[in-house]
Ligand binder design. Sequence first.
Ligand SMILES: Cc1cc2nc3c(=O)[nH]c(=O)nc-3n(C[C@H](O)[C@H](O)[C@H](O)COP(=O)(O)OP(=O)(O)OC[C@H]3O[C@@H](n4cnc5c(N)ncnc54)[C@H](O)[C@@H]3O)c2cc1C
Length: 265
Amino acid sequence: MKKNLNTIVLIKQVPDATDVKTDPETGRLIRDGAVTINPFDMFAIEQAIQLKEQYGGKVIVLTMGPPNAKYSLEFCLAMGADDAILLTDRAFAGADTIATSYTLAKAIEKVPEFDIIFCGIKTTDGDTGQIGADVAEFLNLPNIYYVNKIHEIAENSIIVEKQFEDRMQVVQSELPVVISMIKGANTPRFPTLEGKMEAFRKPVTTYTATDVQADPKQIGAEGSPTKVLRVFPPPKREKGRILPESDDNIAELVQFLKEKKFVTE
Ligand SMILES: Cc1cc2nc3c(=O)[nH]c(=O)nc-3n(C[C@H](O)[C@H](O)[C@H](O)COP(=O)(O)OP(=O)(O)OC[C@H]3O[C@@H](n4cnc5c(N)ncnc54)[C@H](O)[C@@H]3O)c2cc1C
């Protein structure tokens, strides 16, 4: 059985769903309103802390975001993570998933040793679900998506249970590995008062683009083949009409379908 399992957890700070604002100029999300930790990441951080309680070792939380993303890191430290890394630099702004993953990988290259990189399956804002696989690609590591349960961790390998369409699969991989935890895989804990007190004493390391020796051509908007041109709410859907099932309503239904051009003469 493995001893001292070191893990890194990727978390993203996202706009609180009640306060999503976009910059009319850049089309980018404004990230200084109400914010929260991406809900899907809570299952990743909880899994890492549970494994630390079982195997020992260290949990590092890592995020790329604006300076106020420090608050989300401190919440994870209060839950039980040991260290935190904040990747923040104006040069990272406007990053798409490739540029974000490259930047995260550069920060992970500075972590001496780790066995598992945990992430959520997706975020509530970008919602691409691409980062885990992209980070694994940049670090040339295996990755397993939609993991529901960790069965066994040996010195250099891991056995997990993952969701695959409508059934579960048991998969084995070598370590280190990138794992995205599925929603509902566990019950994330709330930080205790003691945990919050301890969090103040735990280090938050801040990295800029220079600190991680990032190639300026591969970060931020410049390093992003994908440009988010505009973010806007979908058009409001008009209220549907309910027609009780009766022969009398057939003519009205046909008329309605014709109006909507679902049927022609
Ligand atoms: C509305 C909107 C649409 C977008 N559409 C696209 C698009 O189509 N293509 C594109 O390339 N980019 C897109 N982006 C940009 C993209 O959101 C950012 O690159 C983002 O940082 C990562 O993508 P994601 O939010 O989709 O993450 P996902 O891939 O959905 O996140 C998966 C997991 O990766 C980790 N993670 C994600 N972001 C970070 C971070 N910043 N720091 C640490 N861990 C992280 C978390 O564990 C998360 O659960 C979009 C952004 C917005 C706001």
